[in-house]
Design a protein around this ligand. Sequence first.
Ligand code: COA
Length: 331
Amino acid sequence: MRRAVMTGLGTYVPERILSNHDLERMVDTNDEWIVSRTGIRERRMARNDEATSDMAVHAAERALDDAGLSADDLDFILMATNTPDTVFPSTAARLQARLSERPIAGVDLQAGCTGWVYGLAMAASMIEAGVYRRILVVASDKLSSITDYEDRSTAVLFGDGAGAVVLEAMEDSPYGILSSYLNADGRGADLLALPAGGSRWPASKDTVDSRLHFLKMSGNEVFRFAVKAMPDAVEQGLARAGLTVQDIDLLIPHQANQRIIEAAMRHFDLPSSKVIQNIERYGNTSVASIPLAMDEARQEGRLQNGSLMVLAAFGAGLTWGSVVARWGGCQ
Ligand code: COA
């Protein structure tokens, strides 16, 4: 049986830190409110001249290095982002040009903060079908470029970062992606959206004056959706792998709000030793949040050869989903 195995993992976060105390000087907020409502203490901010593809290059090179491969070995680049360098062409094309002189097929996918899970699931299907052997799945978002730092309800939540994995086809491996579950319900599309700049509402002086090029979010509604979506994603992913919550070594959830993660832990009665949380230091980095948490878990020795992990996410769309995978197969 052919499986998609994660043979390399790499991440990148910008150097600049924006703390809650820095935000206190920008909007009417305070550290106590932010920590108690979200769990976030600080987040990373890309430089003005640092775009989504610039962060992606670092993560991609680290993942390729980890896999002992060069970009020339890749068959496909699947790039998850909500903040592409430009609306078109794809950021995958720009990334390919930075990684290799050889043409490599690639495409962007946009699935809100669920983009990482969508990317892994789609790449695994392409590998299992025998169409491609080595796919680089990349996640990079510069949410600071679409965050309104005059809107306290969203300014405190988001940060920048990138992650990447190399997925390789392996026959009869005990490791790799065991199952996935993807879902979307567009009735909630306007609950979390960047209103202007697309074909519905092209850029104009009015859209700029009305601050419509910044993301808008109905926080309470998204919160209510998330506390249902996360358990559904975990349960459906596990069921498709023929596994149960008792089999989980690590739940690596999208880091959007500590209260959403804690609700999932209570729902499944999971101890904190089995759940990766790093929202405190990075905030919500959108597509990059799960790979950043995976990388930290690995560095800390919590993600080990043979660990059964469930990656679960939700986001704009509304989208949600999970990937169940057994870690191992890196060099
Ligand atoms: N600092 C201080 N006060 C703030 C604030 C801030 N940064 N942001 C909002 N408030 C205020 C509100 O104005 C409100 O005041 P009021 O009661 O006087 O009207 C009060 O705090 C409560 O606001 P509310 O929106 O009900 O807070 P909340 O507990 O729901 O937390 C979120 C807000 C955004 C943190 C929470 O709804 C959330 O995390 N939602 C999900 C967001 C998410 O995950 N998005 C990404 C999806 S991938």
